[in-house]
Write a protein that binds this ligand. Structure first.
Ligand code: TMP
Length: 245
């Protein structure tokens, strides 16, 4: 990787300058963090699995008309993407109460919501990614109104599709986090695109039959078996885990 110019190192990925203008390379690490970097560890092989699951999910989403930054997977741990200016929001969709929502409102995890929720957190580690309302986003000019509407419409469509997609492999999509960006070159007439990744690092997946958690909560909550859970999600998705490493 030394020949590539590093742009940014995040908790689970490194971004490098891509081979063409307006492209970047996302490199997926095995590093895992939780509670805003308070808990640190590694999930062996996670980077490879998340790279390949993200490839599959982004490809399926683009097939249903969701514009994404994804171009192609380059290797076990790298994918080529369009460069975007990330909108500093964590866009969270919830179908079932879990995690911070259960804690905040004193609700039991597993309570099914009669309608999905889309909520936003400000992407700011120093502030601990606080929950932010649409009015704050607009008044602070974090996103314009038309952008926010597009982001909410895309998130609802992603949720509708992925609930069925995961249900087809026996997994209940409890909640997930998306990030969106503005394309730097505005290719294909799209400006706002889905960016970042979609993997068990940023969603909750529960086995329909056993109710077992098949996502990063295994690491967050010290449940053990995180490598096996990520591998099982990949296996059910038909993602090959044969590696070049
Ligand atoms: P939460 O219940 O902790 O708010 O998380 C909701 C969803 O968002 C869950 O699927 C995990 C994901 N998530 C991230 O991807 N990154 C984060 O920093 C947090 C807090 C949650």
């Amino acid at each position: 990787m030394s020949d590539k110019e590093m742009l940014y190192e995040g908790k689970a990925k490194i971004l490098y300058k891509g081979p063409r203008p307006d492209t970047i390379i996302q490199y997926f690490k095995d590093d895992a963090t939780a509670f805003n970097n308070v808990k640190k560890g590694t999930i062996t092989g996670k980077g490879i699995i998340n790279n390949k699951i993200t490839e599959l999910v982004m490809t399926r989403l683009s097939e249903i008309g969701i514009p994404t930054h994804f171009i192609e997977r380059l290797s076990d741990r790298e994918q080529l993407c369009h460069e975007v200016q990330i909108i500093p929001l964590e866009v969270i969709a919830r179908n079932t109460v879990a995690g911070s929502m259960a804690k905040k409102f004193g609700l039991e995890e597993g309570l099914k919501l009669p309608r999905p929720i889309i909520e936003f957190s400000l992407k700011d580690d120093d502030l601990g990614d606080p929950l932010i309302a649409e009015n704050h986003i607009l008044a602070l000019e974090i996103a314009a109104e038309d952008e926010l509407i597009e982001i909410m419409e895309m998130t609802a469509k992603v949720n509708d599709f992925l609930r069925g997609f995961f249900a087809g492999i026996g997994l209940e999509l409890i909640d997930f986090k998306l990030e969106f960006g503005r394309l730097t070159d505005g290719e294909d007439g799209h400006f706002i695109v889905l960016a970042d990744e979609f993997s068990p690092d940023n969603c909750r997946l529960w086995d329909f039959k056993t109710r077992e958690k098949m996502d990063k909560d295994r690491f967050r909550r010290d449940l053990g078996g995180e490598v096996e859970a990520y591998q099982e999600v990949a296996r059910r998705l038909g993602v090959s885990l044969e590696t070049e490493e």
